[in-house]
Design a protein around this ligand. Sequence first.
Ligand code: ADP
Ligand code: MG
Length: 352
Amino acid sequence: MSTIIKLENIVKRFYEGQENELEILHGISLEVEEGEFVAIVGPSGSGKSTLMNMIGVLDRPTSGTYILDGINVGDADDSELSDIRNQKIGFVFQTYNLISKTNALKNIELPMLYKGTDRNTRIKRAKELLELVEMGDRAKHLPEELSGGQKQRVAIARAMANDPAIILADEPTGALDSKTGRLVMDLFHKLNKEKNKTIVLITHSNELASETDRIISIKDGNIVDIKPGNGSRTEKQENIPVKNEIEEAKTDIIITEDCEEKSEEMKIENSIEEKYNDVEEIKDSTKEEKDSTKENNDNVSFDSGNDNCISNNNDEILEEKNIHANDLENKSENDDGIINNPNNDNENGEEK
Ligand code: ADP
Ligand code: MG
């Protein structure tokens, strides 16, 4: 195993040089191995999210060195940092951060869109990821049509979109009831075990933290304790007689590295392909379509500013993004007709 995250003496101050200067991280040194699953725990306000922002290169440290997968992040400019984020790190947040006007499949496509992945590959991969998180039957559902746990699973699929080496999750179960949180945690174990993802999980739950490989305790901006966890729940589950229902129902889902097509996916893909073929025609056919296209451009550009996976520094990428966004939104409108059709009676916020 090699070191994938190496923080050396990371200090983070806000309002530097001002009267109200705040030093939040006081010199954090930490190494995480590739494939490791670590938990970061600590009281509210202790600096966990600030630390996650450093690890996820969402923000730069005031001082100290960060080597991410062999790259000295301090040497990277903002555009390079965006690419590093987009390609090496998948983010999962407590409040999901899904784009509300966009269905599950397209939410998952977005990081690939920003990376420049072609449409067919994007759709194929997004569908595979939906299957991976056991949400294959919710591809066309908008976030508002999903329960919290389902939204988080879509967010996890999105985090996986560019096959990042690292998943950073900041209180991903914080807004979920314990049973649903359990399912989300099981998913992290699965990604860690089966996809060898390095996972850094910030959690308030000692129980969940104890299932990881290593528990790092933070207090007042310092690491105050590092102790081994009990390792993967997957291993422990062998000794647990009662598995959760969803785990049992899942035995037919086989995750393959090359993500082969499944027949159901093919059906969905074919129908989506048909819609894509109609996109140009639809775009030019009515004024409403054009308005919606404009609205979408605004929407996606706005969202891109908020999305942590996204580079918005490059005009060419932006332009390309908007071109793709037109397609996505036009398709979304088609999808809405389907979403608003029957079969919504099971969307009552409950997990299966
Ligand atoms: P935790 O995630 O452990 O609850 P945070 O890292 O979010 O803690 O916050 C730690 C401290 O840093 C808090 O006092 C918070 O107010 C402060 N802080 C976090 N982000 C900023 C910021 N952008 N500007 C000023 N202070 C901040
Ligand atoms: Mg926090």
